[in-house]
Design a protein around this ligand. Sequence first.
Ligand code: FE2
Ligand code: FE2
Length: 330
Amino acid sequence: MATAPAVDQMPSETPDEQAGREQFDRLISEDSRIEPRDWMPEAYRKTLARQISQHAHSEIIGMQPEANWISRAPSLKRKAILMAKVQDEAGHGLYLYSAAETLGTPRDKMTEDLIAGKARYSSIFNYPAVTWADMGAIGWLVDGAAIANQVPLCRASYGPYGRAMVRICKEESFHQRQGFEILLELANGTPAQKEMAQDAVNRWYAPALMMFGPPDDDSPNSKQSMAWNIKRFSNDELRSRFVGMMVEQVKVLGLTLPDDQIRFNEDTQQWEHAPLDWDEFKEVLAGRGPCNAQRMERRREAHEDGAWVREAAAAYADKRATAAAQQKAA
Ligand SMILES: [Fe+2]
Ligand SMILES: [Fe+2]
């Protein structure tokens, strides 16, 4: 009868793999960072590649609802601020694609998957931005939810991801602030402006809460992500914390949240809110939201329109490589 391997030995592992795995386990248990050249379990690599690329896609697709309002911003100041914000989101996409590439998937492949409709991005960006007040509600609620989600990711165990998040979070704070300020101005404007602000908050509130992902008992991968120090808090914990922040901030705005079930539960020390429509979430995620088709079509067009830039960049890189090779040979 064969002897069963000891618990901490994988049967088909080479000594190098075993040393790599031991180092990985040690780094995780010390709450240190894993860097691109370190050994890592395939499942860790895959989980991160999926999460970071989805995150990058969300930043890029997320530019669309707001970019649509740049030409209709009510003043030069608002236009300049909104342009800066949308450009920041492009930058976030770039940092995150770079971070994802360190895991071995080329950016071209990630883009290909996105435009082929194979990759996911945050379901929130499949809702339409129908009034100027939506720029306020998106900044306050959507970027607000993004911050609540992303601040803990600054401590994610994968180095390139955590470092990208540090810079992203600084910019997200400005995004939330500018959204809040748009709503504040509208809420203190004419009755029609106040109504427009309230209407935008009413429409974006529930989708923003869904940005934290499905409830904990329906989020099978969360546990493993927490064990790997990628995620630090569960979806429901983050959502609860976010509701607690918003319920205070909305008072300053002089508006209300469309949820009469918000309360702080002293026993669980968690903020509670009305149930969310998870069927709607699944529908939108499956590609059947109000703007999915439009977002994908616009992304494909932009990709095609940008072909000459990619070709020019590749030609320039070739030219430099040839010149460098010639110089070396001389
Ligand atoms: Fe962003
Ligand atoms: Fe943002």
